[in-house]
Design a protein around this ligand. Structure first.
Ligand code: ADP
Ligand code: MG
Length: 345
C-alpha cells in the first residue's frame, strides 16, 4: 500500500476517481476508434479475427498485498491477459479494467495500480478502452478483459498437436513458484518480529518472476519473422504438467517429456534446495511462469535448436502411450496435473 500522503477516495467520488485515473490515457492503435468516455468503446479489426480473454483476481486468493506492491499488481494483472492472447499467436490491442475497492484504498494506491497497468500497456502497445469502478465490502477485486487480433491463418489453438511433433518451452520454469515461497517465508518472519528485515539478496530473479512476469511477445514476433506457426500452443499459468495435459487432451494425443530437459534457472535450484523441495516438481507444477508451451513439426528440429531461450523438452506420441515424464534414471511416470486449483480448498 502507498506510504506517505494518503488521499481519501471519497474526496473525488466514483466519477472523479475514474476521471483522475484515466485522464492521461492515450490511444495508440488505429483499431481503437473510441476508448473511455461513452457507454462502450468502439473497435475495428477489419478482416482480422478478434481474440477475447478475461481474468478475475481476488485479494487473498490470487494476491497478497502484504508483499505485492500495487504497481506490480497492475503490471501483472495486465500481463497475464496479454500472455493469453500471445498463447493464441495473436497481438493484444485493448483492455478493459474493472475494479472493486474497499475503504482501505486511497487515491495514491489506485494511482500506483494504474501506473503499473499503463507501463505494461506501453510495453505491449495496448490501449485501455474502458472498465468499471465499484465499491467492495471486503478486499480488492480486479477483472481485466483483453481484446486481441490475429489473421485467420495465424491463430494457434490447443488442439492441433500431432504425433511426433516436438514439445518446446520458452524461458525457464519454477522460478515464480520459488519466489512465492520466499515471500511467504519472509512474511511469516516479518509478522513474528517487527524488527526483522526480509532477506532477498541474491534472490532478485525469482522475486521478479512472481512480481513482474513478462508475457512472451518476443516469441510471437520470432514465429512471424521465421514464418513458423506452432501446431498447438498454451501459456504456462498453472504449471507445465497441467498445461501440457490440456494440449494433449484437446489434441487427442500423448506425450513424453524428459526430466533432464526441463529448463531451470540457477536461483530456482538454490532456493528449492534451501526449502527441501524437489526441483523437478517445482518446474513441473509451480505455475505462474507465463512462458509459452508449444508444439512444432519434427521437421523443424534443426531450426528450433538454434533459437535461443527455447528448449525442446520432449515429443508428442500416440494417445495410447499416455502422458509420460521420463526421469533421469530412465523410469517413466505418468504426468499429473498438480496445478493449483483455486476451488479445491
Ligand atoms: P457506465 O455507467 O455506463 O458503466 P461509468 O461511469 O462506469 O459508465 O464509466 C464511464 C467511462 O469510464 C466508461 O467509458 C468506462 O468504460 C470507463 N471506466 C470506468 N471505470 C474504469 C476503470 N476502472 N478504468 C478504465 N476505464 C473505466
Ligand atoms: Mg460503469
Amino acid at each position: 500500500m502507498h506510504q506517505g500522503n494518503r488521499t481519501d477516495i471519497a474526496r473525488l467520488g466514483e466519477f472523479g476517481l475514474i476521471e483522475h485515473l484515466t485522464k492521461n490515457i492515450q490511444l495508440k492503435n488505429p483499431e481503437t476508434l473510441y476508448g473511455i468516455g461513452d457507454d462502450a468503446a468502439v473497435l475495428h479489426f477489419g478482416e482480422k479475427q478478434t481474440l477475447v480473454t478475461t481474468d478475475l483476481l481476488m485479494e487473498g486468493v490470487h494476491f497478497d498485498l502484504v508483499y505485492t506492491p500495487l504497481r506490480h499488481l497492475g503490471y501483472k494483472a495486465a500481463m497475464v491477459n496479454f500472455s493469453d492472447i500471445y498463447a493464441m499467436n495473436g497481438k493484444p490491442k485493448q483492455i478493459t479494467v474493472s475494479i472493486a475497492l474497499s475503504k482501505r484504498f486511497c487515491i495514491e494506491d489506485m494511482e500506483e495500480f494504474y501506473n503499473g497497468l499503463q507501463l505494461a500497456c506501453e510495453h505491449h502497445n495496448v490501449d485501455i478502452v474502458g472498465g468499471d469502478t465499484t465499491a467492495s465490502l471486503t478486499g480488492l477485486a480486479i477483472s481485466i478483459t483483453c481484446i486481441g487480433e490475429a489473421d485467420k491463418s495465424e491463430v494457434v489453438y490447443r488442439n492441433g498437436a500431432k504425433d511426433t511433433d516436438l514439445i518446446c518451452v520458452t524461458g525457464d520454469l519454477g522460478a515464480a513458484y520459488m519466489g512465492l515461497q520466499l515471500m511467504e517465508r519472509e512474511k511469516a518472519v516479518f509478522q513474528g518480529d517487527n524488527q526483522a528485515q526480509p532477506d532477498f539478496a541474491g534472490k532478485e530473479y525469482i522475486l521478479e518472476r512472481i512480481l513482474k512476469p513478462e508475457a512472451r511477445k518476443d516469441i510471437i514476433e520470432l514465429f512471424r519473422t521465421k514464418g513458423i506457426k506452432p501446431t498447438a500452443m498454451i501459456d504456462i499459468s498453472d504449471g507445465l504438467s497441467s498445461d501440457l495435459l490440456h494440449i494433449c487432451k484437446q489434441s487427442g494425443v500423448g506425450c513424453s517429456i524428459y526430466e533432464e530437459r526441463l529448463p531451470i534457472d540457477y536461483q530456482t535450484a538454490v532456493m528449492a534446495e534451501e526449502f527441501h523441495l524437489n526441483l523437478s516438481t517445482c518446474a513441473l507444477n509451480g505455475g505462474e511462469d507465463y512462458e509459452l508451451l508449444f508444439t512444432i513439426p519434427l521437421s523443424l528440429h534443426e531450426e528450433v535448436s538454434t533459437w535461443e531461450g527455447i528448449r525442446v523438452i520432449g515429443h508428442i506420441t500416440k494417445p495410447e502411450r499416455g502422458c509420460m515424464l521420463v526421469c533421469r534414471d530412465g523410469a517413466e511416470i505418468e504426468l499429473k496435473a498438480q496445478g493449483w486449483i483455486a476451488l479445491s480448498e
